[in-house]
Design a binder for this molecule. Structure first.
Ligand SMILES: Cc1cc2nc3c(=O)[nH]c(=O)nc-3n(C[C@H](O)[C@H](O)[C@H](O)COP(=O)(O)O)c2cc1C
Length: 309
């Protein structure tokens, strides 16, 4: 039996964002994709989302920037990246020869930064979409500040929308008390789809040093610890917006991914799991394929939102 795993993530966009399957890599956990092309056939994935990109290159936050905690990972990388110009010059020519679509995750300090980034990326061969990070908890300005309330989320989204014809995914933060309000505002301002969640604000203390274990003190929690939180938010947001939703947060297995899909996600992102198992995203995809075959499911659409009906 042949199963159809394809999914359209930008139905309102002229170019569209058609994925062969729903499994993507989460920004910041898969580099530029090139790093993993020796490990497994990355062309089999639904899409690759690259490391958060800013206008200028950044060195990121002070060390230490990673810390393992019970069922989770703390990070405060803080947008360490090569900058948009180097990305366009060095990475996009490689991506343009790939079958798998690459989506560029962008971050900035001001609305204008986001608009300029979107404009620079517009029309560049090898780039299939933009993911707007308004959800990074460990940069001092910008980032999550835009994602905490509907008005500022709408402002960034509208500016990016006006600057590019590429499909636009807006990535939400869980660190808000109005995630459905933010999601609705982003969709109304022109987001083609919504991804969630980024990391939860967190920290850890090194009791021997009597100091925070992370240089930046406040950082982001990811991994299995956040999965139930992410799942609840995806469930709520999928019921509130009429654009595709992309689920992310603690996905380590196909079963996790299928939970998100049944909660209403049209696609999923695998993040921290890649650090423990570099081919985690492919394992998730193959597990979804097996599940669909076993259950006699012919197309992904049959299970998207199945737990809501
Ligand atoms: C080391 C690290 C770096 C990250 N960098 C980014 C980034 O640059 N942009 C972004 O939107 N999210 C970034 N994230 C958040 C992930 O994309 C994802 O939303 C989050 O980790 C939750 O998924 P997970 O539990 O599967 O890791 C980063 C996460 C980690 C662990």
């Amino acid at each position: 039996m042949s199963t159809d795993l394809s999914v359209q993530l930008a139905p309102r966009n002229k170019r569209g964002l058609l994925l062969a399957n729903p499994v993507m890599t989460a920004s910041g956990t898969f580099g530029y994709g090139t790093e993993y092309s020796q490990v497994f056939d990355i062309q089999r994935l639904g899409a690759i989302i690259c490391k958060g990109t800013t206008l200028e290159p950044r060195e990121g936050n002070p060390q230490p920037r990673l810390f393992e905690t019970a069922s989770g990972l703390l990070n405060s990388i803080g947008w360490q990246n090569i900058g948009v110009k180097a990305l366009i010059k060095e990475k996009s020519p490689i991506w343009s020869g790939w079958r798998v679509p690459v989506i560029v995750n962008i971050g900035g300090d001001t609305v204008d930064d986001y608009a300029r980034l979107a404009k620079e990326l517009d029309g560049v061969a090898g780039i299939s979409g933009i993911e707007v990070n308004i959800s990074c908890p460990n940069v001092k300005v910008g980032g999550a500040a835009f994602g905490v309330n509907p008005d500022s989320a709408a402002g960034v989204t509208a500016a990016v929308r006006a600057a590019t014809s590429l499909p636009v995914i807006v990535k939400l933060t869980p660190n808000t008390n109005d995630i459905t309000g933010v999601a609705k505002a982003a969709a109304a301002a022109g987001a083609d789809s919504i991804s969630l969640i980024n990391t939860l604000r967190a920290t850890a203390i090194d009791i021997n040093k009597r100091r925070p274990a992370i240089g930046n003190i406040i950082c982001g929690l990811s991994g299995p610890a956040i999965k139930p939180v992410a799942l609840a938010m995806v469930y709520e947001v999928a019921g509130a917006v009429n654009v595709p939703v992309i689920g992310c947060g603690g996905i380590t297995s196909a079963e996790d991914a299928i939970e998100f899909i049944m909660a209403g996600a049209s696609a999923v992102q695998v993040g921290s799991a890649t650090f423990g198992n570099p081919r985690a995203s492919l394992d998730v995809l193959e597990g979804i394929e097996r599940f669909m075959e076993k259950e006699g499911i012919k197309s992904l659409g049959e299970i998207i939102g199945a737990a809501r009906r």
